[in-house]
Design a protein around this ligand. Sequence first.
Ligand code: FE
Length: 210
Amino acid sequence: MAEPGFTSSNGYTAPPAFAALRVKAIQSLLVDKGIVLQESMDEIADIYENQVGPHLGAGVIARAWTDPEFKARLLQDGTATLHEIDLSGFEGSHVVFVENTPTVHNVVTCTLCSCYPWVILGLPPSWFKAAPYRARIAYEPRKVLEEFGTSIPDDVEVRVWDSNAEIRYVVIPQRPSGTEGWDVDRLAQLVVRDSMLGTRVLAPIEGVSA
Ligand code: FE
């Protein structure tokens, strides 16, 4: 069967998914009734598609790795600390950072829907919003993490954080070994999105000079 919106082999175009049609209908009504401006919606879409993204979170994590005092504040009050560096706004009203250590691995979900720290990670990946991830990560996290290629040793505790409309969690991954002496910009290049959600562990750096 063809994907919605794509032409199938018999020459017919499959209709868009129900959710996409519903969004279009609501959007049209809001614009027609003058409740929102089309330009405003385009601007918001542009911000989250092109300006806000995991590179913002990566910068925060790299700074936390190199500045213990900043990391302490981030863990104590993530929202206020992000505010200090002008990271605040939609879907970022209350952000809580949790730190991976040699004995604790954290992973983030939203079991109810898809609450996500848009303010520093941008738009959520489709797997984060998918029902199988949301349902299974809560009761068999190690198995789900294995499916992401992330194997957590038995002696490391796995903690699953359930985001909601008020609180969004972000993982501070462990700094990879072999990065001693690296500056913030260089470290930030290593921090991929999934490491800030806990579904990926950053590999040690080998054979690269400082
Ligand atoms: Fe949610």
